[in-house]
Design a protein around this ligand. Structure first.
Ligand code: DAH
Length: 360
């Protein structure tokens, strides 16, 4: 019996010292589990005399009951402590500002924004989006566009050339999106109405030029397409793009090998401080090149110029982005500076659309 008292004391001390629910449960298993110290005592009953068995059995069962009580009491204390600890560490300050949703923290580059705006406007006018390779043959970038070898326009383009292949042909990084005109006319039957936004490359770098930049080309070919359609298309586009009602536009006679007649188009603006206000005023900004597709270009694509005619234009996307959003230095577009993107960028889920609004 003295042994029982000692055992009880030992288990009680252990219970009192248990510092967590797992430790407490281990003590329970060591005492009352199948092979626990108290359970093993009960197994010795079989070998005892009936009298001894009776008293010893009763004593062990009482011990078991008391140990269970002490365990339960300690468990309640430990659970309360655990709860207090969690309440203390998991407090929430409801006066803290709400954290921005990470998906809304990113910003869309102004170029991506303007690209989407351009596509939305032309899509509304019934233009499909076409694309072509950036690494282009001399034929598609120049010759088919009525720029034969030795033509001075080739020098003006500051072309990036690849090393000649086994036939001596040198591919180029396309200097203009006009290559898509040729590829489209070769693969589609008129009527054709496409725009081709994309990357272009020239060996040039200053405040308004970067070696890689962006253009959007437009091409319309049909039997009755005229200069009036070109003018109407551009007027609609610029009003929608600059989100203005009044637009002043000027067609200046120019020259491009792939158009006849050719025009450079200027839009009117005024300056207020260092802000440029598009649409009215006495100053002019050159904004694109355009014209009626040259008969030679049609012939190069197996289209009969006596049957088909059309217009084309090419415009710098970077340039119209700078104008619309007042961005002074083109090179910053390519710096990947997060502070710049935070300042000039757009909320990623505000998809530009004519009904929902282009910019906000
Ligand atoms: N490809 C010309 C350039 O890069 C722009 C251009 C001018 C495109 C007149 C055209 C056009 O389609 O008709 O400077």
């Amino acid at each position: 019996m003295a042994d029982l008292a000692e055992l009880e004391q030992k288990i009680s001390d252990e219970i009192a010292a248990a510092d967590g629910l797992t430790a407490l449960d281990n003590i329970r298993i060591n005492a009352l589990g199948k092979k626990g110290e108290i359970s093993l005592l009960l197994k010795t009953l079989g070998k005892m005399q009936p009298d001894e068995r009776k008293t010893f059995g009763a004593a062990v069962n009482q011990l078991k009951g008391r140990v269970n009580q002490v365990l339960a009491a300690r468990k309640t204390v430990l659970e309360d402590e655990e709860l207090d600890r969690r309440l203390a560490t998991e407090t929430m300050d409801v006066t803290l500002p709400v954290q921005a949703d990470p998906a809304n923290q990113g910003r869309l580059h102004p170029l991506s924004q303007v690209w989407e705006e351009v596509v939305a406007i032309f899509a509304d006018m019934g233009f499909a989006v076409a694309d072509g390779p950036h690494i282009e043959t001399d034929f598609y970038n120049f010759t088919a566009l009525n720029i034969p070898p030795e033509h001075p326009a080739r020098q003006e383009h500051d072309t990036f050339y690849f090393a000649p292949d086994e036939n001596g042909d040198r591919k180029v990084l396309r200097t203009q999106t006009s290559n898509v005109q040729i590829r489209t006319m070769q693969t589609q039957e008129p009527p054709i109405r496409i725009i081709a936004p994309g990357r272009t490359y020239r060996n040039d770098s200053d405040l308004t030029h970067t070696p890689q930049f962006h253009q959007v080309e437009a091409l319309v070919i049909d039997k009755t397409t005229t200069l009036a359609h070109l003018k109407g298309t551009l007027e609609e586009f610029f009003k929608a793009f600059f989100e203005i009602d009044n637009l002043k536009m000027r067609f200046r006679a120019s020259h491009f090998p792939f158009t006849e007649v050719s025009y450079e188009v200027d839009i009117g603006y005024t300056r207020k401080g260092n802000q440029i206000i598009i649409g009215d005023g006495d100053e002019w900004l050159e904004i694109l090149g355009s014209g009626m597709v040259h008969p030679n270009v049609l012939r190069n694509c197996d289209l009969d110029p006596d049957v088909y005619q059309g217009f084309a234009f090419g415009m710098g996307i970077d340039r119209i982005a700078m104008l619309k959003y007042g961005i002074p230095d083109l090179r910053a577009f390519f710096d990947a500076d997060l502070r710049w993107i935070d300042h000039y960028g757009f909320a990623p889920f505000d998809i530009p659309s004519l009904t929902g609004g282009l910019s906000r």
